[in-house]
Write a protein of this length. Structure first.
Length: 318
């Protein structure tokens, strides 16, 4: 369930656009006024605000935010104001431009999003950057890591719930042999993880656990020779097996590092899941850490960035 709180009576887009324009006037920007509007509008409403702003003031609202805001708040608002598929295309592009590619972002989108959702991201990426996501992933990765990620971002998985139990058993045995032989980059491992439906893969992972008494992700975690590729495999498995649990861990690690440049991970989860399943992520966080995510964010973040994230987490406007 979503956490985003949208008022029952939402002002017309032109009224919201005028309120944002007023926040830009005078000495300094009134960030609280911006949060009070954008922190409580859904994707369709935000799009209408952008359109109304451009019609009224003949300037691009996104570009105006880039000049008026800064730091973590600017990045969070920028990601929030874009259409979801365009925002995710930007996140994928930013991940590929980092000195060490942030493969987790690409894995999240390709393994958690529905085939149609991810196809929309790929189309938005191509429209924005005039290159395919597959092309840029291939250009920025190497060897077996390239095979895995290109396979993931190129896939259009079957999205139904039907499974083949015999196939799940046989492919669990393939994965078992690969783990035993430490042949993690075997072509069959990559084929299975990049082409099978989520339901089929979950059945395969369950067979693996039943046969070995341990989940495949935990077994991979015990490997002392773990590297970037095995980390990517674990992320694929976790994203497919239990997205809520996966996101909870991303948020938990981000909260621990806040103040040490990992607000980006916290922002990514909050802005991409606030209109989807952030309530379940919050519940998982509370259960795992015995503290609410709202309280953790309040303690570890500050300023208008904190107020904006809390708004998307479902806190009412002050």
């Amino acid at each position: 369930m979503a956490t985003l709180l949208v008022p029952h009576d939402v002002p017309p887009p032109n009224v919201d656009a005028e309120a944002i324009k007023a926040a830009f006037r005078g000495w300094g920007t009134d960030e609280k006024a911006i949060v009070a509007v954008l922190g409580y509008r859904n994707a369709g409403q935000r799009r209408q605000i952008r359109i109304a702003y451009e019609q009224l003031f003949e300037e691009d609202l996104v570009k105006r935010f880039e000049s008026e805001l800064s730091g973590h708040l600017e990045r969070a608002v920028y990601r929030w104001i874009l259409d979801p598929e365009d925002r995710d295309a930007v996140l994928a592009h930013v991940a590929l431009r980092k000195p060490t590619e942030d493969f987790a972002v690409l894995v999240e989108f390709s393994c958690i999003y529905s085939p149609e959702e991810f196809l929309a991201v790929r189309r938005a990426y191509q429209h924005r950057y005039k290159r395919s996501l597959e092309e840029d992933v291939a250009a920025n990765t190497h060897d077996e890591f390239r095979k895995l990620l290109v396979g993931l971002v190129s896939a259009y998985r079957y999205n139904g719930g039907e499974i083949d139990a015999r196939l799940a058993k046989s492919e669990a045995e393939i994965l078992e042999r690969a783990v035993k032989d430490k042949a993690f980059n075997h072509e069959d491992v990559i084929r299975i993880l990049t082409t099978r439906s989520k339901a089929q893969l979950i059945a395969t992972f369950n067979h693996y656990k039943d046969a070995n008494g341990i989940s495949i992700s935990k077994q991979l975690g015990q490997d002392r020779a773990a590297n970037e590729f095995t980390e990517a495999l674990k992320t694929v498995i976790r994203c497919i097996n239990d997205p809520i649990k996966y996101y909870e861990k991303v948020v938990r690690n981000a909260i621990k590092k806040v103040g040490k440049s990992d607000e980006d991970a916290l922002t990514r989860v909050v802005v991409t899941r606030a209109e989807k399943d952030l309530r379940q992520i919050k519940e998982a966080y509370h259960k795992r850490n015995s503290v609410t995510l709202d309280d953790a964010v309040s303690k570890e973040t500050s300023g208008d960035y904190k107020h904006f994230i809390l708004a998307l987490l479902g806190n009412k406007a002050e």
